[in-house]
Design a binder for this molecule. Sequence first.
Ligand code: SF4
Length: 281
Amino acid sequence: MRVLWLQRLTCCGNTHSFLNYEYLSSLFSRVDYFFHPSLSIEGEEEAIGKVGDIDLLIVEGAVEREDKALKSLAEGSLFVMAVGSCAVYGNIPALNNPEVCGLQYRFKEKGGLLGEGFVSRGGLPVINLSGCPAHPSWIVGTITSLLEGIRPKLDQWGRPKDFYSSLTHWGCTRNEYFEWKVEAQELGSQKGCLFYHFGCRGPLSYSSCNITLWNGVSSKTRVGTPCFGCTEYDFPRVGLWETRQYAGLPAELPIGVSKRGYIMLSGVAKMFAPSRLKDED
Ligand code: SF4
């Protein structure tokens, strides 16, 4: 497999994430050619000339709509992967520039550089690994699937279901506090849930961050920082550390929960929360 990793408008966060993968050398031993601007000696143009047919084109960073060279490379590649929320949705570089977008999206709107109907030679739309950054296991896991000849099953945003079918809330060590509506009193605290006041997007975002931990040991919510919902199209948003509320209710409820259900259940939960959760030091 010949893999070309190109960077456009990026902070290189996904490269840092990728380089954090523990068994990178075993991945490299399985690919015929792997170009990466931080790892390869040759430059991008030289690599494009050398690689011949591209089996997997990986793009990190938001792109400009006029990037015809990238578009033509994508059209000739067997598979195309956008790594990180900038390459997927445009994200921060696209905020104030309508000419900047992701490969197949611009925030919520489908299209991007390659167009709504783009399908690569291998028969898949852009494989989107959203996240700021994407987890190293999501990146390497997707490359490995393709190496094995397995096409990842994708969700409605083109993201592999293996990594994006569950909410970030799943596996969070604070689930019991969430259920009983016991709120964290401060950021960084090991107790309480961060949904009610501190803006946690765990129940509104899809990722496996609390199942496949970062560096094998942690996640944002485990260290007392709210999930910022960086895998979703509406990231970044203002007020990352606060929960917008109307009449005492969170402005956005967990996915699939009705306002009525939330009011009924949260009132009862708060009233009957176990004292061991409320009173612990
Ligand atoms: S801190 Fe966030 S992810 Fe954890 S239980 Fe609360 S809402 Fe869910």
